[in-house]
Design a binder for this molecule. Structure first.
Ligand code: 5GP
Length: 208
């Protein structure tokens, strides 16, 4: 990992990227439910809710959490699974499909790297919707399906070949498109002042 270039990102960087991205999301998608992918999507979702509540009528916008892991070794995860498969650690409950049906659902994560996590989240949430639709009479399903929409927001999208695809028609928003570097997020730092100091130096280097 030492040969991979690292970029440190600060809380303020993230806050400002979300502030800039939100108006377009409001105009084009106007979410009425946020699905944060944990743990990196939690802070971005919470910050975006502040801006969404400010600019929309929806003052009770909810954040639901799902837990997915691709990189972290979890107890019971074999070496082969780590980095290859998405592992589900937490999901919507008690009835995921019911929660999603008829809503404009915005899936939020901090970074889109290989895209495997986002692909997993989207396809599994869609399956939940399809399962829920089965409890409705056939003639009502098409209308309900059409009313259930998804979009994705990530703070950073890495410009690199992806290992999974999202449908081209799925609205996709990124705070910033970055090179294929490793991003060090502030919530991973043990010493936030040192993290911010080094982040400022990183920025100077990138500008010069
Ligand atoms: P993907 O499934 O797109 O490959 O990866 C998504 C997950 O991998 C992210 O939610 C995050 O947990 C982790 N990840 C990928 N790239 C980075 C990175 O540059 N920095 C950090 N801190 N985590 C990353």
């Amino acid at each position: 990992m030492s040969d991979v270039q690292h970029w440190r990102v600060t809380y303020n960087d993230i806050h400002n990227l979300i502030r800039k991205a939100t108006p377009k999301i409001v105009t084009e998608f106007n979410p009425d439910l946020m699905i944060a992918i944990g743990g990196g999507g939690f802070f971005p979702a919470r910050v975006m809710r502040t801006f969404l509540r400010e600019t929309t009528e929806n003052k009770s916008l909810q954040i639901q959490a799902i837990g997915l892991s691709l990189y972290e070794p979890l107890p019971g995860t074999s070496q082969e699974q780590i980095g290859k498969e998405v592992v589900r650690t937490q999901w919507l409950s008690p009835n995921p499909g019911k929660l999603l049906l008829g809503k404009r659902n915005l899936i939020i994560d901090e970074v889109d790297d290989t895209r495997k996590t986002l692909h997993y989240a989207y396809t599994e949430l869609l399956k939940d919707v399809e399962e829920e639709l089965l409890s409705y009479p056939e003639p009502e399903r098409a209308e309900l399906r059409a009313a259930t929409r998804f979009a994705v927001f990530v703070v950073h999208n890495k410009n690199k070949p992806k290992l999974a695809e999202l449908p081209p028609e799925l609205p996709y928003y990124a705070g910033e498109n970055v090179e294929d570097v490793w991003l060090d997020y502030p919530w991973e730092a043990l010493n936030i002042e040192e993290h911010d100091r080094l982040a400022a130096l990183d920025k100077e280097k990138r500008v010069s």
